[in-house]
Design a protein around this ligand. Structure first.
Ligand code: DLL
Length: 432
């Protein structure tokens, strides 16, 4: 189902011309109202009027996360505070929180993008949508909430945590859709099983999972566990929040970027060179309609590639691949680059293992060591295998995929910490 067919199936030409017009306006708005942009543009010897084609965006300077930190809290807002209707912020675990703001019109655009996203996931007006993303400063809960109301859903604003209660609500209210992080969806699915509730007893048809990287293998586990279609939703606070891009249920192969509101570039993270579709690079976004917090060439640190072939769902907005990882999540172990998602993909191929894992990096003398902590799906699974052989086989498979030799530690069922939001997959003890 399309929520806004006129926009979602717009011709490429019309879309590019709309983008050019909105890009020009955004650059002017940022230049006129945000001192940081004015200074940067002037230092680069560039003016918003110099953007005549979409390719001219390459002449404009990048914006990075530290720009938000250095102007904390409201220094990059482009409207007076009385026009700011809402604030969100990142948790700031790696330093000061980054704060973003929305005017009423920004909130409407956000709701529109999320409404389209729910439709793309297979939702229908009238559905009950259970939102178990965290509510509060995090954009997940309220972002999905606003879009679901706009779409015409009955929203269950469950937020994260109290997982047994989530299971009761999902069952008693008969939710059609579940929105939460994929790692929390696993936790909910397992709690259902532990409570003896079969997936068929739920009415759930679809899951809208994102806010953290996940793999195709995880999708398959989740679809089985919950009896649903699971789609990937992407977004980030600096650019808006959830609903910048989402997969369609028809293909589940790449996320349609709502290009009428976001201009995307995929660049080589080291040289800044634009990369053609199919080549993995850093996603860089420029907002096209934001008033309170316009962003110009914001470097997300997220690695993905563009897909510009037509999609069978009929949407014309280009797709991006899943986010493979963040630039700074790439682990370098003994000189070898590893993405945590590669470990996830390998572990989830092993049916005796539960979809929970943690990667621990430490250093012995001058050498990095890597341990992969996994968990038995059940004690019966553990008892049915020859432990030494099993561990050796999984370690060999990890070695083949990663070209390094992690040590595998398999824990009893239910013993690894469960996620209630974004899962912490990597513990790096090398520089403690
Ligand atoms: O996580 C917004 C969001 C909420 C997206 C709910 C989807 C669903 P932040 O807390 O600002 O915002 O974190 C943004 O999370 O730069 C990515 O690194 C990561 N991320 C978000 N969605 C995905 C995804 C929200 N589908 C950061 N796949 C981003 C992989 C994702 N990583």
């Amino acid at each position: 189902m399309l929520w806004n067919p006129e926009i979602e199936t717009m011709s490429q030409d019309a879309l590019r011309s709309l983008q050019l017009d909105r890009l020009q306006r955004t650059l002017r708005h940022a230049y006129e109202h945000v001192p940081l942009y004015r200074e940067r543009f002037e230092a680069a010897g560039i003016h918003p009027d110099d953007l005549r084609t979409l390719d001219d965006i390459a002449k404009f300077p990048f914006t990075v996360k530290s720009d938000l930190r250095n102007t904390y809290p409201f220094g990059m807002f482009a409207v007076p505070m009385h026009q700011v209707a809402r604030i969100h912020a990142s948790s700031g675990t790696k330093g000061k929180a980054t704060v973003v703001g929305y005017t009423r019109s920004d909130l409407e655009v956000w709701a529109e993008c999320v409404a389209r996203s729910i439709a793309s996931a297979g939702g229908e007006p009238g559905d009950i949508l259970h939102v178990a993303y965290g509510y509060g400063l995090f954009t997940g809960g309220l972002g999905l909430h606003g879009g679901a109301e706009r779409f015409g859903c009955t929203v269950v604003p469950a937020s994260g945590g109290f997982t047994k209660r989530q299971v009761t609500l999902l069952t008693d209210f008969g939710a059609d859709g579940l929105a939460c992080t994929p790692s929390y969806a696993v936790n909910i699915g397992e709690t259902l099983q532990a409570e003896g509730i079969p997936a068929e007893q739920l009415k759930l048809r679809y899951g809208i999972f994102g806010a953290e990287p996940w793999t195709e293998e995880m999708r398959q586990r989740l679809e089985q566990l919950l009896g649903i279609d699971a789609v990937d939703i992407y977004g980030l606070s600096e650019v808006m929040g959830p609903g910048v891009a989402i997969e369609c249920r028809e293909e589940k192969n790449g996320l349609h970027i709502w290009e009428d509101h976001f201009f995307v570039e995929v660049l080589d993270p080291e040289t800044g060179r634009p990369l053609p579709p199919g080549e993995l690079g850093e996603l860089v976004f420029t907002s096209l309609s934001k008033e309170a917090f316009p962003v110009v060439r914001y470097r997300t640190g997220d690695l993905a590639y563009l897909i510009d072939t037509p999609c069978s769902c009929g949407r014309t907005h280009r797709r991006m691949s899943r986010v493979k990882s963040r630039v700074d999540d790439m682990l370098i172990v003994r000189g070898v680059n590893i993405f945590p998602q590669e470990i996830e993909a390998e572990l989830l191929l092993v049916e005796q293992l539960a979809p929970h894992y943690q990667i621990v990096l430490s250093r012995q003398g001058a050498l990095d060591t890597i341990e992969v902590h996994a968990e038995w799906r059940s004690t019966a699974d553990r008892d049915a295998v020859d432990l030494e052989r099993f561990v050796a086989a999984v370690e060999r498979a990890l070695h083949t995929r990663l070209q390094i030799s992690p040590k595998l530690v398999v824990h009893p069922p239910q013993s690894l910490t469960r996620s209630e939001g974004k899962a912490i997959r990597v513990i790096d003890q090398r520089n403690l």
